[in-house]
Design a protein around this ligand. Structure first.
Ligand code: SF4
Length: 394
């Protein structure tokens, strides 16, 4: 077995030679107290004109969203970037794996910039390539690898997407996980007992989709723990499983609890609970509606005035929805403040620094996926794009 390093990298200043994350800005970062930051960001964007396209993920701070040309979830933003070939620079206000996907889907002449390289994703970091390759080897030793189709959530690094591409698998998003799993189970029709899925890296999205949308039982699912020998599973458990879930989770969506759902139902009459499928199975089974970030936004937009909602997703988005819909009661599904700390790394000083550097002719914090990884990751993404239709929870 290969020894792997600790997947979670420290944030903040410092140098991590084995990764781009956790490094200092090589330049002059304006102080957050600078009263001219808004004017500086505006001037830099104006100077760059159509040469720059700024993408803002829904979980970004308001101060950054203000300068986004488009907002959306990671997949929509990567597609928006690909539809803008005239933009030389794509400034991605989001996290590392999103900027990688944008680099994969955009043209060779387009350069993708992540304003703060410390903006990683703790979930994506929970599945490292060496760990996944070790798991695949163990599946082969247990005699099941030939029956396994790997599916990775969009929230994974480019090399994990490439792994799936190389092994006959695909990428999925939270809106099309159901069709992606259906597709996966239709592969390998000649395998005795049918295909199995290795789902990376979010166990909750995998379990919720398999059980609630495909009708599998909880007993059909096993959890592969990369820190345990053989994933903590016996060969028999692997042979019996239909769904092998990687032990990863989102540190934001994993915080919502069934107790708070029950408390809010008791205190807010008629409240409807709307959550993201990255939440735990316990929370999702107690919710009224479950869906992607785009689904959550559309549901609130279509909701009648006077309705009450408890929303289980990142706090920046919930606060923006509450501000945009004062005619509806919108509360956050957690008692404590719960931002995505890595998404929040992208602030106005970093955006100003990235834009002004581009104006000065210097591309900072470029995210570039190597050609071999890009080739296989693109194949896994293409298999997703070729999936029939889209989920009703789009
Ligand atoms: S919200 Fe969760 S999945 Fe999204 S970037 Fe933050 S840690 Fe990653």
């Amino acid at each position: 077995m290969t020894t792997v390093d600790l997947p979670l990298l420290p944030l903040g200043p410092g140098r991590d030679l084995s990764a781009e994350r956790g490094v200092e800005c090589p330049g002059d970062l304006p102080p957050a107290s600078d009263p001219g930051l808004v004017a500086r960001a505006r001037a830099a964007k104006e100077a760059l004109g159509d040469r720059v396209f700024v993408l803002g993920h829904h979980y970004q701070r308001d101060e950054v969203i203000e300068f986004a040309d488009v907002t959306g979830d990671s997949f929509k933003l990567a597609k928006d970037a690909a539809a803008r070939p005239q933009a030389e620079y794509i400034v991605f206000c989001g996290v590392h794996f999103m900027a990688e996907s944008a680099d994969i889907l955009t043209g060779a002449a387009q350069q993708v910039v992540l304003p703060d390289l410390a903006a990683g994703c703790s979930m994506a970091d929970m599945a490292r390539l060496a760990q996944v390759e070790d798991a695949w080897e163990a599946l082969a030793e247990a005699g099941v690898a030939d029956a396994v189709v790997p599916i990775t959530y969009m929230n994974s690094s480019a090399d994990i997407k490439a792994f799936c591409g190389r092994h006959g698998g695909a990428v999925c998003t939270s809106s099309n996980a159901e069709v992606a799993l259906e597709w996966a189970y239709e592969q390998l029709p000649d395998v005795e007992g049918g295909a199995k899925v290795l789902f990376l890296p979010d166990q909750h999205l995998g379990r919720n989709t398999a059980v609630l949308q495909l009708g599998l039982s909880l007993d059909d699912c096993v959890v592969w723990d990369p820190r345990q020998p053989n994933g903590g599973l016996t060969a028999e458990q692997l042979r019996d499983a239909k769904m092998i879930l990687w032990k990863g989770h989102c540190s934001v969506h994993g915080r919502f609890s069934a107790e708070v759902v029950d408390e809010l139902r008791a205190t807010i009459p008629g409240v409807q609970v709307l959550v993201h499928p990255e939440c735990t199975h316990e929370v999702v089974t107690r919710a009224d509606l479950v869906g992607s970030t785009e689904f959550i936004i559309k549901t609130i937009e279509a909701a009648p005035a006077g309705s009450s909602w408890a929303i289980g997703t990142e706090l920046n988005l919930v606060k923006r929805l509450a501000a945009a819909h004062p005619d509806k009661r919108i509360v956050f599904l957690d008692k404590t403040v719960c931002y995505c700390s890595t998404m929040n790394r992208i602030d106005l000083p970093h955006l100003v620094w990235a834009l002004e550097s581009l104006v000065a002719g210097t591309v900072v914090n470029r995210i570039e996926v190597d050609p071999e990884t890009e080739r296989w990751a693109k194949l896994a993404l293409q298999r997703m794009l070729d999936l029939p239709g889209r989920s009703s929870r789009d």
